[in-house]
Write a protein that binds this ligand. Structure first.
Ligand code: 6R9
Length: 671
């Protein structure tokens, strides 16, 4: 049985201000949850000693550690000689070895006699009555054939090692197949979330000099058909490097095909023999580029290469998700996000997992879509985002109560800090108080999970991503780059190279160096703030740019937000600083609530609530009610935009990753 510590609520001792520019922390979370003895007894990592041994070996003898890991967990066509060639800020891993990420994800299992194992269970978007529109399962052997056919098709279209292929597709198995087919032949995929505008696609095509775009006629979302090909056509008018466009038929709607440029998937891929073997590729062959929003300016093309990334995705998947043969694992992310790359495709498939992949939205045809899927497929591991958890809370428990969730044994969270109250709901309502929660902190740049509980051994604290994984050596520094007493927050850096680290920003060495390696010599700057408590647990305090400075006290947004979210009538909260003559900055809070009136009485109640929870210093000056918060496609609150709204400024910087402009437009109308 999990045991909660005596206190069931967060308490509040604001710490004193400090001069070094570190962050004050005001939220004290005392609840502690242990994995059950039953979970621990079957876990992949089941003792603290096992973790200590791995972590110590990876920290003290990284070469030896990673050599053994790479030899055991990847297939090598040719062995590597050097484990890590580290010339800060450039690392090369497994130098001169030859491997293939598609081989490791697919062929290796077939070669080992596990070809009949289910690789992908796919749930297409359902029709109104809740019956699935489309369902497919692919075994590893079937996936191998599909991927080989696609690789043959790509080769026929003139794609080879080093060519960039943009992929703008719905969440269908063909999306994973297309990614893996690129990996099979050494082409570099650049997945673009199928919701981005023509402008954004063109920008990404041009930045990467993409040669081919793979798309579909359209996609289904919330019962509607959205055109994709038409959007791609518009983008291609401004994408001079793109020679061909490969189009999957998904919706059957009209898709004008341009002679000489556009070809159908069913003509070019489906009739291939499906025999092409995976190409032995140098360890450092670029595997993919994934664009992530910079806070200003154009999106950055984060570059990952083959062997190191593959190993990191695989091993972190196995450690964090405690993967076993009989698991049905479901990561609800989209492949347009790094989470989809590492934890739908490369990590779980390399580990030989059975992976559920879904198309559509969590509230269509009804708000119980997730729980219906969990029940029908007996999902045992669920990996989702705090934004989804907060939405489920808002939609009401009745949607959960309709379903049997007893197959679940492990829950994960990624993308933002999870507010302790949302964590508690996830734990109780979805996990039935028996499933450990792994709150995984990582970034597009890190390739895979960096900090997370190990579910069999790490007691969890709501809101903390707990401890670094083996091979991750974090440090916290102040404004000047000096290590700080980590109980106070500061900038989170990683001091030792790890196999999954980004290799660069595609085509922009200067920005790579400036962004990640300039503040602190030879340490990777994450861009997040964090603190580490006396148990060695890390608490991510949000982006460095989001810190609020009130009368010299530097506060993290997540703590004030979590205090607001702990009020029973608040669903979500976003907190930003706005200029203030006396205090430097005042705290502006944007709040969504269920059915309370949006009046001054509620406003005052919320201010008092925050004051009581975490202290007078953190009490918001302004509270604005809103129907929705502006979020990125992966569900992150875009505080940068809210800062502009709060200050009454024009919006600046890139908004291409914004999910829904209307929420922002509404907020501005109310100004
Ligand atoms: C995987 C992913 C990275 C940024 C990261 C941080 C935030 C992600 C988090 C988290 C607190 C967690 N973030 N996971 N913050 N706790 N468990 O999200 O990649 O889209 O590149 O975003 O997301 O701020 O720096 P990416």
């Amino acid at each position: 049985m999990p045991t909660a510590s005596a206190s069931e609520s967060s308490s509040n001792q604001p710490e004193s201000s400090n001069a070094s520019g570190s962050i004050d922390h005001v939220l004290v979370e005392e609840r502690l949850f242990h994995p059950s003895a039953e979970f621990t007894s079957k876990a992949v990592i089941s003792t603290e000693e096992q973790y200590e041994k791995l972590a110590t070996a990876a920290r003290e003898n990284p070469d030896e550690f990673w050599r053994a890991e790479a030899l055991e967990h990847l297939h090598w066509f040719e062995p590597f000689d050097t484990v890590c060639d580290w010339q800060p800020p450039h690392a090369k891993w497994f130098v001169n070895g030859k491997t293939n990420a598609c081989y490791n994800s697919v062929d290796a299992h077939v070669a080992a006699g596990r070809g009949d194992r289910t690789a992908i269970i796919w749930e297409g978007e359902p029709v109104e009555d809740g019956q699935p529109r489309d369902q497919r399962t692919l075994t590893y052997a079937e996936l191998q054939t599909e991927v080989a056919k696609c690789a043959e098709g790509l080769t026929q279209l003139g794609i080879g090692v080093g060519d960039v292929v943009s992929i703008y597709m719905p969440m269908t198995p063909e999306l994973a197949v297309a990614m893996l087919a690129c990996a099979r032949i050494g082409a570099i995929h650049s997945v673009i979330f199928a919701g981005f505008s023509a402008e954004s696609i063109a920008e990404r095509n041009n930045d990467a000099s993409a040669k081919l775009v793979i798309t579909s006629d359209g996609l289904y979302r919330r019962g509607k058909v959205l055109p994709l090909k038409a959007t791609v056509d518009e983008a291609l008018e401004k994408s001079p490097t793109v020679e061909k466009c490969l189009v999957l038929r998904r919706t059957g709607d009209d898709a004008p095909m341009q002679e000489g440029r556009d070809v159908w998937w069913h003509d070019v891929v489906e009739n291939q023999p499906g025999q092409m073997a995976a190409e032995p590729l140098d360890s450092e062959t670029p595997l993919f580029i994934l664009y992530t929003s910079g806070s200003t300016g154009k999106p950055k093309g984060i570059l990952h290469t083959t062997a190191g990334y593959n190993l990191w995705a695989k091993r972190t998947f196995e450690w964090v998700f405690d993967h076993r043969e009989d698991d049905i694992y479901w990561c609800t992310a989209d492949c347009g996000w790094i989470t989809g790359h590492s934890y739908i495709v490369y990590g779980p498939l390399s580990a030989g997992a059975t992976c559920l992949m879904y198309e559509g939205a969590p509230n269509f045809p009804a708000e119980d879509r997730f729980w219906d899927i969990v029940e029908r497929h007996k999902v045992s591991i669920l990996y989702t985002a705090p934004t989804a958890v907060r939405a489920f809370i808002k939609w009401g428990d009745e949607h959960v109560d309709k379903h049997d969730l007893s197959s679940l044994r492990l829950l994960g969270s990624v993308g933002e800090g999870i507010n302790p109250e949302a964590w508690m709901w996830y734990h109780k309502k979805i996990g039935g108080e028996k499933c450990p929660i792994v709150d995984t902190w990582w970034q597009t740049e890190t390739g895979g999970i960096m900090m997370s509980p190990l579910p069999g051994i790490t007691p969890t604290k709501p809101g903390s991503c707990t401890r670094p994984l083996p091979g991750v050596v974090p440090s916290i520094v102040d404004e000047l780059g000096n290590s700080v007493d980590s109980e106070h927050g500061g900038k989170l850096c990683i001091s030792q190279p790890w196999p999954g680290m980004l290799r660069g920003i595609y085509g922009d060495e200067e920005r790579f160096v400036e962004q990640y390696w300039s503040d602190v010599p030879d340490k990777y700057l994450t861009g997040d703030n964090a603190r580490c408590d006396t148990d060695g647990y890390y608490w991510i305090m949000g982006r460095i740019d989001d810190v609020i400075n009130v009368s010299g006290h530097r506060l993290s947004t997540i703590e004030v937000e979590s205090a607001l979210v702990s009020h029973p009538d608040v669903c979500e909260a976003a907190v930003v600083g706005r200029p203030h003559d006396l205090k430097g900055q005042a705290i502006a809070a944007f709040v969504t609530s269920n059915d309370r009136g949006h009046d001054d009485e509620f406003r005052n109640e919320l201010k008092q609530h925050v004051r009581k929870q975490i202290g007078a210093l953190a009490q918001p000056d302004d509270i604005r009610f809103t129907a929705a918060l502006p979020k990125t496609r992966s569900g992150k609150i875009m505080r940068r935009l809210l800062r502009d709204v709060a200050a009454g400024r024009e919006l600046v910087g890139d908004t291409s990753t914004l999910e829904d402009l209307s929420s922002l437009a509404k907020l501005r109308e109310e100004d």
